[in-house]
Design a protein around this ligand. Structure first.
Ligand SMILES: Cc1ncc(COP(=O)(O)O)c(C=O)c1O
Length: 388
């Protein structure tokens, strides 16, 4: 059986290679310290677990849910947005519940890209952005995220002809994998650009609540007029340690929300009701877990970065996310080669930057998803096996 051509280049061979190597190294008896995948290592709050349990025991919760999501959850999202960002939303028209933000990010390009249409995609970028565009038959125009531009795309560098043809732009701040943040002026220039060229902006703000040192990420919808041209994708996965529950949401431009709802109503029936109820509990209940998560990741970040500096590997301290974007030690030019050697010599798993796009070369992404003593051990092992 021949697979469709649209699947070509869909998954990065690098993730598969690192997984295989990880299994091989584990077989030798070496302890694996997985700082690869960005999945929270802590459980959800007790009141969220209880809401889920109660929902599961409610026998009325086993029918098909409505595909746009529970009204109460959409109202809850609206209140949360108003309180957190000062952004007003219509729960009926401007919110949509998703099976994780990935669901929406992967499917929305189907609604806006015909074969060969251009989407402006960050490079490096979280893999579903490129995958969604490719599955829709669209063409990727990469926007390089370079250190000299504070890892923000240079909108002026996009050729006029490309901008005129582009249908979508994908952005993500705080960013995975580069852990950079964006400010009001940047988002204002995005809104101006998108209006000028009639481009739908899809902002992924999965890490809005994981920020440190007093920094508070903003919503791109805070910019006047943003709702005319854009939507914002959110997730409860990282904020509330609910990655496996598969719950996210998209808010903003009513037409784009309607388009995505139309696509999804043809594919799925929405999120299992107990999971939506757990989401309501997470968004409305005590927020101690969010503060604890932030404090955990901050301590891990500091421990890692200060530990690495002591052994001579100097890495920038991120203001947000659960990732550290580390430039390679001086003797290395290939992120795959470095990640491979790191795994073989120390058992520490990181993701080679090039797995996120060509501009990721020269970096590795380290996820802060292990307890402090394990991160300390990783630093020690790196110090014993590498010279900086
Ligand atoms: C930037 C970014 N967006 C979206 C997602 C997917 O999140 P969800 O679990 O809501 O699908 C992730 C998960 O790692 C991510 O890092």
């Amino acid at each position: 059986m021949e697979r469709a051509r649209r699947l070509e280049n869909l998954t990065s061979a690098i993730f598969a290679e690192i997984d295989l190597l990880k299994a091989k190294v584990a077989k030798t008896g070496k302890e694996i310290i997985n700082l690869g995948i960005g999945s929270p290592d802590q459980p959800p709050a007790k009141h969220v677990q209880e809401a889920l349990l109660k929902g599961v025991q409610n026998l009325n919760n086993y029918g098909y849910p409505t595909s746009r999501g529970l009204s109460l959850l959409r109202e809850t999202i609206t209140h949360w947005y108003k309180k957190r960002f000062g952004v007003s939303l219509d729960p009926e028209k401007e919110t949509l519940v998703l099976m994780g933000s990935q669901d929406g990010l992967g499917h929305l390009p189907l609604g806006y890209l015909d074969e060969g249409d251009i989407a402006l995609v960050p490079d490096p970028g979280y893999p579903v952005y490129a995958a969604g565009v490719r599955l829709a038959g669209g063409k990727i125009y990469p926007m390089p995220l370079l250190k000299e531009n504070a890892f923000l795309p240079d909108l002026q560098a996009i050729p006029e002809e490309v901008a005129r043809q582009a249908k979508m732009m994908i952005l993500n701040y705080p960013n995975n994998p580069v852990a950079a943040v964006a400010n009001y002026d940047f988002f204002r220039s995005v809104v101006e650009f998108a209006k000028k060229y009639d481009i739908l902006v899809c902002h992924d703000v999965a890490y809005s609540e994981l920020a440190f040192d007093g920094y508070k990420p903003m919503s791109f919808l805070e910019i006047p007029g943003a709702k005319d041209i854009g939507v914002e994708f959110h997730s409860v996965s990282k904020t509330y340690n609910m990655a496996g529950c598969r719950l996210g949401f998209v808010v903003g431009n009513a037409e784009a929300i309607d388009t995505l709802a139309c696509i999804k109503s043809n594919i799925d029936y929405g999120v299992f009701l107990p999971v939506q109820e757990a989401g309501i509990a997470a968004l409305t209940g005590p927020q101690d877990i969010v503060r604890q998560n932030v404090e955990n990741y901050r301590r891990r970040r500091d421990l890692l970065i200060e530990g690495l500096a002591k052994i001579g590997w100097y890495v920038d301290k991120p203001l947000a996310t659960m990732f550290v974007w580390a430039s390679l030690p001086a003797d290395y030019t290939s992120s795959v080669q470095f990640a491979r050697q790191l795994l073989e010599k120390t058992g520490v798993v990181v993701v080679p930057g090039i797995a996120f796009g060509g501009q990721g070369e020269g970096y590795v992404r380290i996820a802060l998803v292990q307890e402090e003593e394990i991160i300390a051990k990783a630093v020690q092992l790196i110090g014993e096996n590498f010279k900086f």
